[in-house]
Design a protein around this ligand. Structure first.
Ligand SMILES: Nc1nc2c(c(=O)[nH]1)N[C@H]1C(S)=C(S)[C@@H](COP(=O)(O)O)O[C@H]1N2
Ligand SMILES: [Mo]
Length: 198
């Protein structure tokens, strides 16, 4: 589909656009259900499971090293957006605060509004991943996951939980919301891991 909402990538960008994807015009919003409204005073990010339990308040999070990120964003419904600019905390910097068990291999992302998505610990710990609170220099709009979302650029965007509220460390893979509803457990866009093969 090319037209009002999509365009074909320029040849020099083609290797950044995974197979079966088109470039979106603008930045579409993809949410299952209603976006939750979360007040910064009561906001928290919790860690539990195979890790020392911990709760981060908004000021705890803002006290961590802050970085700018430019990343490509690929939704499994076939739109991609290149060079999205975000500000937030590198996952590897955040993880300096976390003590997880050697047996932890997977993580369930939990959100305000009950969305979940699973990720392998190795996929979470990559250098390019981050927790974002700003988008193109403005506070992250609610519809894009504000106050805080995870961004995992190397996987389809359903793995980038909006309104992130918890990280549960697990020994075994468990399936999140879309993964239980037919989507691939990992979701690597260049391998077109769209649907579950099981
Ligand atoms: N909490 C939550 N996170 C979510 C979703 C959702 O419905 N709820 N949708 C996912 C999907 S399918 C995509 S493509 C991206 C969309 O992010 P955007 O709305 O900022 O474009 O968020 C992901 N994270
Ligand atoms: Mo998506």
């Amino acid at each position: 589909m090319v037209g009002k909402f999509f365009r074909k990538p320029e040849p020099e960008l083609q290797d950044r656009v995974p197979p079966g994807q088109h470039l979106a015009k603008g930045f579409p919003v993809l949410t299952y259900g209603q976006p939750p409204q979360v007040d910064l005073n009561s906001w928290e990010l919790k860690v539990w499971g195979l890790a020392t339990p911990k709760r981060f308040s908004w000021s705890d999070l803002m006290a961590l090293p802050q970085s700018n990120f430019t990343a490509d964003f690929h939704c499994v419904t076939t739109w991609s957006k290149l060079d999205v600019q975000w500000t937030g905390v590198k996952v590897t910097d955040f993880m300096q605060q976390i003590e997880f068990d050697p047996g932890a291999m997977h993580v369930m992302q939990h959100c305000y509004g009950d969305y979940t998505t699973n990720i392998a610990l190795d996929d979470l710990l990559r250098e390019e991943n981050f927790l974002a609170h700003s988008l193109f220099g403005e506070p992250l709009p609610v519809e894009h996951g504000g106050p805080l979302r995870l961004v995992v650029p190397h996987l389809y965007a359903w793995k980038s939980a909006k309104w992130l509220n918890g990280l549960e460390f697990l020994a075994e893979m468990d399936l999140g919301f879309w993964e239980r509803n037919g989507y691939h457990h990992r979701g690597e866009p260049f391998a077109e891991e769209r649907y579950s093969t099981r």
